[in-house]
Design a protein around this ligand. Structure first.
Ligand code: GLY
Ligand code: MN
Ligand code: MN
Length: 381
């Protein structure tokens, strides 16, 4: 437990497990109190055994206690107990805190804006994720199982030093790509399938989040190529609007507009662009948002609106851009050429002073680039 105590200056206190050779033989190494100050840049280390009395002492003559209200059930009992006990010390001239405050908004706002150090970690998380996706593309063939592709993808992450995935990897062939949170990854990939891979590596506490979609046999069918190019057009249009001062929802509105117009042009949606957008007809094929904040968590913390208004981008924010189209065979009213095509294209974008930077550069993205890359991988086999 970390206590940041602000009186005249800020003093950091950490309560942690003391060293214990016998326990460490069973459970693994402990940092211990002696090394903690230097290793973690804190001012004072305490044993967890001293937690109750120690925090009680630290809270003496403090006005406000901040803790995360998203973990309020965990903190309310101990904090009320400490405050109650301090109130009984009033005759000794000791005062108890009189405010409990939510730490979430403060912390979440700090997490939304990345420092130079955080940006370099996110760049690395993104680039390790790129390597994993390339490894996945290199291994895909009709007849492989989705979990075998997942194994190569995640092996590449680990080889690059990533300790864990940032979230459960999705490797979805054919109709499975139309299930947004498909993580079973257990089916055989068939000739003619598109493969959708949504995966990211974690690096020094920060997440990458990339989706690639490519043909199992190395060549897009014409229907697949048409829909893929439409999603890519929507993604590139959406990325291109990102710059300081633009509101978060403009990214989604941009991708919705391109996708809806494209679906009209293909005869898949019928009607006026404005009306189809207004009554959300596109949601039949594009049912999720275009992106989210990215950082220590994949769907990272941070407010999307301030006073009911979508907030504007500012330098240091990182956002994903991930439009998609999903047409399962359930859409029996549709021409079967579109059936079982699930496509999503996702990149991680840093807002910079003048515009944006794509952190996840290095992947083949157009139909031609993907087919060329797949044929290189095939020649290397
Ligand atoms: N991988 C989760 C997401 O793209 O939001
Ligand atoms: Mn995402
Ligand atoms: Mn993703």
């Amino acid at each position: 437990m970390l206590v940041l105590l602000k009186k005249e200056s800020l003093v950091t206190h950490l309560f942690l497990r003391p060293k214990d050779p016998e326990q460490e033989t069973w459970q693994g190494r402990r940092l211990g109190l002696e090394s903690a100050c230097e290793a973690l840049s804190i001012d004072q280390a305490w044993s967890v055994d001293e937690l109750d009395e120690g925090v009680l002492e630290l809270l003496e003559n403090i006005e406000s206690v901040y803790f995360s209200f998203s973990q309020i059930s965990e903190w309310l009992d101990p904090v009320s107990d400490w405050i109650g006990r301090l109130k009984q010390k009033v005759r000794q001239g000791i005062s108890a805190p009189n405010k409990m405050c939510d730490l979430d908004d403060i912390l979440h706002e700090q997490r939304l804006f990345k420092s130079a150090e955080e940006i370099s970690r996110m760049r690395q998380a993104a680039q390790i994720s790129v390597k994993g996706h390339l490894a996945a593309m290199a291994t895909v063939l009709p007849g492989k199982f989705e979990f075998q592709v997942q194994a190569e993808l995640e092996a590449a992450f680990v080889r690059e030093g990533s300790p864990r995935v940032a979230f459960s990897s999705i490797v979805a062939g054919g109709h499975n790509a139309c299930i947004l949170h498909y993580t079973e990854n257990r089916d055989e990939i068939k000739n003619g399938d598109l493969v959708l891979v949504d995966a990211g590596a974690e690096w020094q506490g920060y997440a990458g989040d990339i989706t690639t979609t490519f043909p199992a046999n190395g060549k897009f069918s014409s229907s697949q190529a048409i829909l893929y190019s439409l999603v890519l057009k929507a993604q590139q249009a959406a990325i291109s609007v990102i710059q300081p001062g633009v509101a978060f929802n403009v990214v989604h509105e941009t991708s919705v507009k391109v996708l809806t117009q494209g679906l009209i042009d293909l005869g898949i949606l019928k009607g006026e662009l404005k009306t189809l957008i207004k009554n959300e007809s596109y949601k039949r094929f594009f049912m999720h948002g275009t992106g989210h904040w990215l950082g220590m968590d994949v769907h990272d913390v941070g407010a999307y609106k301030h006073n009911q208004a979508w907030r504007e981008f500012k330098p240091g924010m990182v956002v994903t851009v991930e439009p998609g189209l999903y047409i399962s065979a359930e859409h029996s009213d549709m021409d079967s050429q579109w059936h079982n095509i699930g496509i999503r294209i996702e990149d991680d974008i840093l807002v910079t002073d003048k515009g944006h930077e794509v952190l996840t550069v290095g992947l083949p993205r157009t139909v031609a680039e993907i087919e060329a890359q797949m044929s290189v991988f095939s020649a290397l086999r």
